[in-house]
Write a protein that binds this ligand. Structure first.
Ligand code: CDP
Length: 235
């Protein structure tokens, strides 16, 4: 067996607050490791977009359940970039817009929505060699993940990063509007009854307020190597 074949593939769970660089880290790491990347936030955003477009009353269990049965979410790779597909339509750009961000947390708090998304995420991850980022990956979706990270950064830095991201895409948004959206989502996500955002007891916490993207990536690569080494040793 070659060295590569004998290297065990693991599941990496990245959780944390809104806009603290989870997806940037997950994307870079997936390239370095040759792992698949699953952006679970994109799935909740896709459901939200469907609900908004079809004016689904989220107070009605029947309406939510009927809408969920009509939703199909896929990820495809176009020129090395992840694209989110909702019922055959590429919605990657649309789901990042502010009107979706403003509605996503109440939708993600609905248990029927979570049950469906979590089941799909577990299926996508069952082959291992996968990185998932979200809010409940290390606590609910893959509680046995070999490496769990919990990212955090100051609200100011997170707002600045999201502001820069949206501005680059030509979506001019007020700094304070972004900041209050991030904080409001953190509040709803952390306080919902079903699988709230929280740190898994065995997660490694990284505050990246003062870390560059490269520094953080290097730090996590070391953790991955260590975990894989331990796995091999304990085989
Ligand atoms: O990129 P950002 O951190 O702003 O958000 P995201 O990862 O795209 O997630 C959008 C929203 O989806 C979150 O605010 C949560 O309400 C919800 N979400 C969740 O409930 N569980 C997950 N595993 C991922 C996202």
């Amino acid at each position: 067996m070659s060295k590569k074949e004998s290297t065990p593939k693991i599941i990496i769970a990245i959780d944390g607050y809104s806009a603290c660089g989870k997806s940037t880290l997950a994307k870079d790491l997936s390239k370095k490791l040759g792992y698949a990347y699953i952006d679970t936030g994109a799935m909740y955003r896709a459901v939200t977009l469907y609900f908004l477009r079809n004016e689904i009353n989220i107070e009605s269990e029947a309406a939510v359940s009927s809408a969920l049965s009509k939703i199909n979410i896929d990820f495809i790779n176009v020129n090395g970039k992840n694209r989110t597909i909702l019922n055959g339509e590429d919605i990657e750009e649309e789901i990042r817009k502010m009107y979706v961000s403003q509605y996503v947390s109440p939708v993600a708090a609905i248990s029927a929505v979570r049950r469906l998304m979590v089941a799909q995420q577990q299926k996508m991850g069952e082959k291992k060699g996968v990185i998932l980022d979200g809010r409940d990956i290390g606590t609910v979706v893959f509680p046995n993940a070999v490496l769990k990270l919990f990212l955090t950064a100051s609200p100011e830095i997170r707002t600045q990063r999201r502001y820069d991201e949206l501005t680059q895409k030509g979506q001019v948004t007020d700094f304070e509007v972004i900041k209050s959206n991030l904080l409001e989502r953190d509040r709803i996500d952390s306080n919902r009854a079903d699988s709230p955002l929280k740190q898994a007891v065995d997660a490694v916490v990284i505050d990246n307020t003062n870390l560059s993207i490269k520094e953080q990536l290097r730090m996590v690569q070391v953790l991955v190597k260590e975990r894989i080494k331990t796995l091999k040793r304990n085989k």
